[in-house]
Design a protein around this ligand. Structure first.
Ligand code: CA2
Length: 167
């Protein structure tokens, strides 16, 4: 059975508590439960981790080395500036799909850049909580997906309403 790690970064523990217009009404616990249920349907086991601390997230990525078949990771605001997390993702030799609930390309200027994406095999954005499931599909099936749709192979694939223009 494949082992998948679901990681969420800073402030994502606040999902469902504030800003439902941007991030939806689901709590992180609900998203994690639905992700784990979908993974089970697909024959994969899931561990979940959320932290508001960069060092704890780096430590968890290091611990994932050799233990997981893939990681679905929403780095939160670390996305836009943490080269330390970029380096950790690059170091561990585990495929990572970056996921964002919102379409970071369509928001404030500072959110349009992901410094993590170049270390990931794909990026999914703007699909809300369904994006987490899509990210899992990419890990299990590859970026082309079950239906065989083609996506860029040489660079991380970006999905969502503004797919292709994320970086
Ligand atoms: O769209 C995403 O998933 C983000 O990763 C969410 C991050 C944001 O910094 C990224 O630019 C895009 C923020 C998560 C904050 O979540 C909250 C949830 C409820 C209330 C307040 C914050």
């Amino acid at each position: 059975m494949k082992k998948i790690l679901l990681m969420n970064g800073p402030n994502l523990n606040m999902l469902g508590v504030r800003d439902p217009a941007i991030y939806g009404t689901d709590t992180l616990a609900t998203i994690e439960a639905e992700f784990a249920a979908y993974a089970a349907e697909r024959g994969a086991a899931v561990d979940c981790f959320q932290s508001n601390h960069e060092g704890a997230l780096i430590d968890r990525l290091h611990e994932a080395y050799g233990c997981y078949d893939g990681i679905v990771y929403n780095p939160g605001a670390h996305t836009h500036y943490s080269y330390a997390l970029h380096d950790a993702v690059e170091t561990i030799d585990v495929p990572v799909v970056e996921i964002h609930l919102s379409d970071i390309e369509a928001r404030e200027e500072f959110r349009r850049v992901s410094v993590i994406a170049p270390a990931c095999i794909a990026q999914v954005k703007g699909l809300g909580k369904a994006g987490y499931l899509r990210a899992l599909d990419i890990l299990l099936d590859g970026p082309a997906g079950k239906d065989g749709a083609s996506e860029a192979a040489s660079a991380p694939a970006a999905e969502g309403p503004a797919a292709g223009g994320a970086r």
